[in-house]
Design a binder for this molecule. Structure first.
Ligand SMILES: Nc1ncnc2c1ncn2[C@@H]1O[C@H](COP(=O)(O)OP(=O)(O)OP(=O)(O)O)[C@@H](O)[C@H]1O
Ligand SMILES: [Mg+2]
Length: 486
């Protein structure tokens, strides 16, 4: 076998079972530890992943694992493997009970699912040289990152060593859209490797510097000539989809996707300075008499979110500063107690020139006022010396969600009623990624990283606006350099 899944031996003569198309070959030749092959539908992603898993089946110790979120979805992948693997390796046998292919060398490729996050423990104690996630945006970060611990080589006393790495495919959308985009799409342009440096504390003292690399290889249906020739009408099917879905599935856009709650969201860097037609803008120095709100959503093992908003005289809100209590991993909390959080809030308000000296109204998740089990979180934060106080926010979830929709709607002059300073990275990362709850289909999926969103809802519910945005006047600051005239 020549490193890729072509010219497979069948008896004595060789015939081509499957040959990678150019973009699939690009995916299959990447040397990075992690590689995401993603974007639009029908690009040949799943086929390439199945082929990639075969690369090391000549090594007896090789163990591969291919994952899909649910069992029914997995069966599609297994069906395709039956067609590909059986003809490429006539000696290979599929064991239906264990969902495992066994190859003549002794190598194995297993298929697995992870419907619930705790299912990841089904893989505890097992190890795999190759792990492939099909449709990575269906998985949470916890599920994906857990599998790093399962990715290691087995014993190979005399035989060849295996390569240990992770591959994934994805379409935009789904519960994992936000973290997948933040990990693979945002850090660098496509086909550009990103190297993450890690410092590991050693048990015997001292540290060791480590690095891991990853890359994003984009895919679109236009790369898959095999499909376009076999089914020319498929392009028309994609072209007929609703806008957000079409952008995602036909062109591989990661900014809009099916199931996205805040489809109105626009983040256009070329317009940050001008400040119209975009929700994200360059920071400016707001007048001192604008009203200032501090929103707060408490979290301990999940992140806590604090946001400072300023309201102009028309009632337009600007998120000017954020504080996010996380451990740097998606949806991982900083595990800080309320007094520590209060200290950090006080520090921000005393040191940030945008906030210093302003009267600030705090509004927070009403559950922090619960004093039924001792002193409430709100009381602990309001204690001296930090004295960070709040009043309880209104937790009408759907009304709050509608407020954010109304505020994100672009007014006539391209000005929405809420804009966000580009420095508020966690709001920008998490709010546009929110998707609908599969059961309560009108509401946001609360298993996602929704803390900035919740914090924002409490503030918006303090000054609700009506659905029709007021007719906006000409932008207040046509000159971006002259924005601080009140
Ligand atoms: N190199 C190839 N040679 C022949 N056929 C191919 C090749 N790559 C993909 N195909 C065929 O193209 C079709 C779409 O491929 P595949 O299912 O891998 O796409 P995908 O990107 O995973 O799609 P989706 O986004 O729907 O999951 C399948 O029928 C597949 O067998
Ligand atoms: Mg697929």
């Amino acid at each position: 076998m020549k490193g890729c899944f072509e010219d497979m031996p069948t008896g004595k003569e060789r015939r081509v079972i499957w040959r990678p198309q150019p973009r699939q070959a690009a995916f299959m030749s990447r040397p990075e530890y992690e590689c995401l092959y993603g974007g639009a539908a029908g690009g040949g992603k799943s086929d390439a992943l199945l082929a990639e898993a075969l690369r090391q089946v000549h090594i007896p110790a090789y163990r591969g694992l291919l994952l899909r979120k649910t069992v029914p979805q997995l069966s599609e992948l297994i069906d395709r493997s039956r067609a590909l693997y059986a003809s490429a390796f006539p000696g290979a046998e599929y064991k239906a009970v264990s969902h495992t292919w066994e190859f003549p060398s002794g190598a194995k490729i297993s298929f697995g699912s992870m419907q619930h996050t705790q299912d990841r423990h089904n893989y505890q104690g097992r190890r795999f040289d190759f792990i492939g996630f099909d449709e990575l945006t269906h998985f949470t970060w916890e599920e994906y990152s857990y599998m790093f611990s399962r990715n290691r080589p087995g014993p190979s006393p005399d035989g060849p060593r295996t390569r240990v790495y992770i591959r994934a495919t994805a379409n935009p959308g789904g519960v994992g859209h936000g973290w997948v985009k933040a990990r693979f799409i945002d850090p660098a342009p496509p086909m550009t490797p990103v190297t993450e440096k890690l410092t590991l504390a050693l048990p015997e003292g001292g540290t060791r510097e480590l690095s891991r690399s990853r890359i994003f290889v984009p895919a679109t249906v236009f790369d898959n000539q095999a499909l376009l020739e076999a089914d020319p009408a498929y392009l028309a099917s994609l072209a007929m989809l609703p806008r957000a879905e079409r952008e995602a599935l036909l062109y591989g856009s990661w900014t809009s996707f099916s199931g996205q709650v805040f489809e109105e969201w626009r983040d256009l860097p070329e317009k940050y300075a001008e400040g119209t037609g975009t929700h994200v803008i360059d920071p400016f120095d707001p007048p001192r008499d604008w009203r200032c709100w501090r929103g707060f959503d408490f979290g301990y093992s999940r992140p806590y979110a604090v946001g400072w908003f300023l309201a102009d005289r028309e009632g337009r809100l600007y998120l000017v500063r954020e504080l996010y209590g996380w451990d740097g991993t998606p949806n991982g909390g900083a595990r800080e107690d309320p007094v520590t959080i209060a200290r950090r809030i006080r520090q921000e308000e005393d040191s940030d020139p945008l906030l210093r000296g302003r009267q600030i109204f705090g509004v927070a998740d009403p559950s922090i006022f619960d004093g039924s089990r001792g002193e409430s979180i709100a009381d602990r934060m309001a204690r001296p010396p930090y004295r960070v106080s709040f009043f309880p926010g209104r937790n009408a979830r759907l009304a709050g969600k509608m407020q954010l929709h109304y505020r994100l709607t672009m007014g006539a002059a391209g000005l929405p009623m809420l804009q966000v300073f580009r420095t508020c990275a966690n709001f920008i990362r998490t709010v546009p990624a929110l998707t609908y709850d599969p059961v309560r289909t009108e509401d946001v999926d609360t298993s996602m990283e929704d803390h900035m969103y919740d914090m924002c809802r409490y503030v918006l519910m303090e000054s609700p606006i009506s659905p029709a945005p007021p007719v906006s006047r000409v932008p207040r600051w046509p000159d971006p350099l002259n924005r601080n005239e009140g």
